[in-house]
Design a protein. Structure first.
Length: 193
């Protein structure tokens, strides 16, 4: 099967029923990236978006470790994935998104929720600048923490793969199969009460 990147975008992008800001309408999570370098100013912008996210008590219980695809750290992160996530090798940047489960010795019950809000801000800012992301939860986080020597108070939760969308005429068949399926979303998620 041969299919172009533009065709993948057409299949994966949502049919938007009501007006939305563009990055939300455009966003989806591809499994194939272009490994080209992401400019520093884009990296700065996406982390600025993450920094400004809302959080319970304004605790901001998040921390991001990131690397480009050029060195040992990138390989170390990939080694923590099961084979099903090897598509991430094509990413330009990998971000290890961590939450801080305790603040001043007390459990922060909002920490994971807040990390999600911060990651989503980051992803939407990236999308606005023309870069796609896919998150990876299926990862050996214990190994990741050891290999990267992360701060003991930082709990890795997802890795975010980031980059320009790749050339799907060169993608591995297994990912082409997955990414050429429509991206169905539920429609009945609200009730006016
Ligand atoms: C917390 C979380 C964990 C995820 N883990 C994985 C993963 O391990 N591997 C993967 O390929 N995708 C993973 N994803 C991506 C989801 O499968 C994807 O977001 C979902 O299928 C919806 O597709 P969309 O983002 O294109 O709308 C994860 C997403 C989230 C939010």
């Amino acid at each position: 099967m041969k299919i172009t990147t533009q065709e993948i975008i057409k299949i994966r992008k949502q049919q938007v029923r009501y007006p939305l800001i563009q990055p939300i309408a455009d966003r989806f999570s591809p499994r194939h990236f272009s490994s080209e370098k992401i400019p520093n100013k884009v990296i700065d912008s996406i982390f600025e978006a993450a920094r400004l996210a809302p959080s319970g008590h304004n605790y901001q219980p998040w921390f991001f470790y990131w690397t480009r695809n050029t060195g040992r750290t990138f390989e170390k992160i990939i080694s923590c994935f099961p084979q099903s996530n090897y598509w991430a090798k094509t990413a330009s940047v990998l971000i290890v998104a961590c939450y801080l489960p305790t603040i001043d010795g007390k459990r922060d019950k909002y920490a994971l929720y807040d990390l999600g809000a911060s990651v989503m801000s980051l992803i939407l800012q990236a999308q606005h600048l023309g870069f796609y992301a896919r998150q990876i939860g299926n990862c050996d986080t214990k190994k990741l923490k050891e290999l990267l020597n992360l701060n003991k108070d930082h709990k890795p939760f997802v890795v975010v793969a980031l980059g320009k969308i790749g050339d799907y005429s060169k993608v591995e068949e297994i990912y082409l199969k997955k990414d050429s399926q429509p991206n169905i979303k539920k429609t009945d998620i609200t009730k006016n009460i």
